[in-house]
Every structure is written in structure tokens, then in C-alpha cells.
Design a protein around this ligand. Structure first.
Ligand code: SF4
Length: 384
């Protein structure tokens, strides 16, 4: 597998940038789908190195950011129950629900534990048969296989005091929704390489064809991003719209068959709400009928919990690429990583956190850039 490495090929970054500069003849707007790619771009100033005509729009690919407030509130309600051990990856503990977060539930006596794998939660369930152990299963196609495997193992081993609070989302329907939005400015996509390493690339040619947008499967190192941009710009300049794999060291067209089989066995496709964006048809997974008894939403009385997103936070516009984080009035003032108003400031992959971490010193909040008018959520669009 060939690794794009500046040490092995000195001057490659400059050559990629020169190539991009030489090929651009007019403005183009590209969306990097994944929050990890956004962090690479902002951390290394790649957007500032590119020609002005190439704009990078930060997409919705941060799993913490798109988990709806309603699901956070359900997690808080379940975690507060005395019989429950609530297990989660650490980044979910600071995500604010309505009024509190999981850290607060823990300080109030809830048994909330940080784990590093869903299998850790299953082990806790096995060791504590008199407790109900719940794992917070969120994320994209990347985290779905281990979560599916854990439920599969729970069923196989007959561990019945384990359940999963599921909020899994899928990238291709989100790209479809973004492209159908009347306010969409995106002309090409840098698809998330790790998602494609699981799912393969089969879902993208139809999307690229239908919306006439290039889709370049892209990795996460600075040179990966430059190569993704170079290929997307080259296609746009030529009037092409195909799917290219610029991350072949990790992505095969067929994806990971074992992971796909596990997802297929345990999950089924469902409509899913995305925080700040709205409900996107077929954009998520839930446990299939065969595994429904492991669904925490069925096991605990939380189905009646519904929540409205706070109006002050404009993360929905950030997640749709309609607003840059520093254009939000609360950025760096009312909203910081220590006092986050929205999930895009909480998560280490969130666009607002990336701008706060790497750009805030050069950015005066609100005053610096004209404020775009607030946009309706995608679900308000008749075409989605
Ligand atoms: S800066 Fe804070 S309030 Fe503004 S969009 Fe980002 S998370 Fe929401």
C-alpha cells in the first residue's frame, strides 16, 4: 500500500498545491464530509493555502455533533435510573442535553462510565448480572460494525442485561439531502475514507451521476486532503462527475465484507433525525426485529421524550456548510469548549471546536464577517 508521505517524496505538498493553482479557472465549493478531515484542514491551514477560488465547506461528518438533542435527553433519563450502568465513549459525556449532561448525571449519583469499546460494556454486563448495562451506540458507518458485533455477542452468550441506545447515521443519504437542499452550494465532495473502508464505494456513483458532482474518497493526512482537492478540482474543471478513490491504501471498492455482514445481520435501515439538520429518510440504522430486545429505547420508558433544539445555536447551518463557525455570534464568547451551546463545540471533531482551537486568536466573533440569514432545517425543504 502506498502511503502519501512528504518524507518519502519531499516537495509533494508544494507540487500538489501548484497543480491545484494551475488548474483552477473559476470558483469551486467542495465539501469535506468528515469532521476529522475538517480538523486536519483547519489545523494545518490547508484552506488558507488553497487558491481563493477553492472554498472548503465543512460537512456534517462528526458523530457527536449530529446526534440529536432528543437522543441525548433519552441517554440522560436512562443513565439516571438506579438500576442502570450507563457506558459511553468519553466525548459524549460533555454534550449538553436539555439542562444537563452525562457528567452532571454522574455527579448526581448516576452510574455513568467511560469505556473504550462496546465490548467493555458487555464485560461489565457479564460481571454485574443484577444491573442493566446500556451502551450509547452513536456514530457513522465506522462505529456501526463493533456495536453490531457487541449485540450479536450479547445474544450469542445469552447476556440479557445489556442493551444499546442506538443513534447510528449513514453518509450517502446525508449527501443526497445536502444536494437536494435549495440553499446547497456544494459542487464536489471529499468523501470520508474511513467510512468507505467499511462500506466500499458502491453507493456513490449513482449520487455523483444524479447530482453531477465529483466524489473523491479522501484520507485524513494533510497530503491526503490536498490530493482529494486536486482530483475534485480537476474533475470540475473538465466537467466530469465520477467517483475516484484517492485513499486506496485503506479503501477497497467492496469495503469490508465481514463488517458489512455484521451490520446486515444486526441493523436495519431507518429514518434518522440529524441534530440541527432534521430528519433524513433512510439515513440511519436501528436494531432489527431479531435483536429488538437489546434496544434500550424498548427496554426503558423513554419513547415519549421529545426535545426542541435551542434557537441560539446555529450548528445546523454550520453542519450544512451555510455558515462558518466564527460567523456565529456566540462563537468564542457565550460558546466555548468549556461552555458549549451546541455539539459542534463539544466534540473534538466538531467544526466549531476546530475553529476555536486553531483560529480564534485571529477571529473576532461576529464582527469579522457578515451574518448570513438563518436557514430552515433541511426537513423543511419539500424536496427532502
Ligand atoms: S459556536 Fe457554539 S452556538 Fe455557535 S454554532 Fe457553534 S456550537 Fe452552536
Amino acid at each position: 500500500m502506498k502511503y502519501i508521505d512528504e518524507f518519502q517524496d519531499p516537495g509533494l505538498a508544494r507540487r500538489l498545491l501548484d497543480d491545484i493553482r494551475a488548474s483552477v479557472t473559476r470558483p469551486w465549493a467542495l465539501m469535506e464530509v468528515c469532521g476529522g478531515q475538517t480538523h486536519t484542514i483547519i489545523r494545518h491551514g490547508i484552506d488558507q493555502l488553497l487558491p481563493e477560488a477553492v472554498e472548503l465547506i465543512h460537512g456534517p461528518g462528526c458523530p457527536v455533533c449530529v446526534t440529536p438533542l432528543e437522543v441525548i435527553d433519552k441517554a440522560l433519563a436512562i443513565a439516571a435510573r438506579p438500576e442502570v450502568v450507563f457506558c459511553s465513549f468519553g466525548d459524549m459525556l460533555r454534550v449538553p442535553g436539555t439542562g444537563k449532561d452525562l457528567f452532571r448525571v454522574r455527579s448526581e449519583g448516576g452510574d455513568v462510565r467511560v469505556v473504550y469499546s462496546p465490548l467493555d460494556a458487555l464485560r461489565i454486563a457479564r460481571e454485574n448480572p443484577d444491573r442493566q448495562v446500556v451502551f450509547f451506540g452513536i456514530g457513522f458507518e465506522t462505529t456501526a460494525p463493533p456495536n453490531a458485533m457487541t449485540v450479536y455477542q450479547a445474544r450469542r452468550l445469552g447476556i440479557r442485561n445489556f442493551s444499546l441506545l442506538v443513534s447510528h447515521v449513514r453518509v450517502p443519504p446525508a449527501i443526497e439531502a445536502i444536494m437536494r437542499s435549495p440553499s446547497c452550494r456544494v459542487q464536489g465532495f471529499l468523501a470520508a475514507g474511513h467510512v468507505c473502508s467499511v462500506m466500499g464505494t458502491a453507493e456513490y456513483p449513482e449520487l455523483a451521476d444524479r447530482h453531477r458532482v465529483p466524489v473523491v474518497v479522501t484520507g485524513f493526512e494533510p497530503l491526503d486532503i490536498l490530493e482529494g482537492v486536486r482530483r475534485a478540482v480537476r474533475q470540475l474543471e473538465r466537467g466530469e462527475h465520477t467517483v475516484e478513490n484517492a485513499y486506496p491504501r485503506a479503501v477497497r471498492p467492496e469495503g469490508n465484507p465481514a463488517a458489512l455482514a455484521m451490520i446486515e445481520d444486526v441493523f436495519e435501515v431507518t429514518d434518522r433525525a440529524w441534530r440541527g439538520i432534521g430528519t433524513i429518510p433512510d439515513s440511519g440504522w436501528r436494531l432489527s426485529e431479531r435483536y429488538r430486545e437489546y434496544d434500550a429505547e424498548h427496554r426503558f420508558p423513554v419513547s415519549g421524550i421529545t426535545t426542541r433544539e435551542p434557537a441560539a445555536c446555529r450548528s445546523g447551518e454550520v453542519l450544512q456548510g451555510l455558515l462558518k463557525p466564527h460567523q456565529c455570534e456566540a462563537f468564542g464568547t457565550a460558546c466555548t469548549p468549556r461552555t458549549p451551546l451546541g455539539a459542534t463545540m463539544v466534540s473534538s471533531e466538531g467544526a466549531c471546536a476546530a475553529y476555536y482551537l486553531y483560529r480564534r486568536l485571529g477571529t473576532a466573533p461576529a464582527a469579522r464577517t457578515p451574518q448570513p440569514a438563518p436557514q430552515p432545517p433541511l426537513e423543511a425543504s419539500p424536496v427532502v
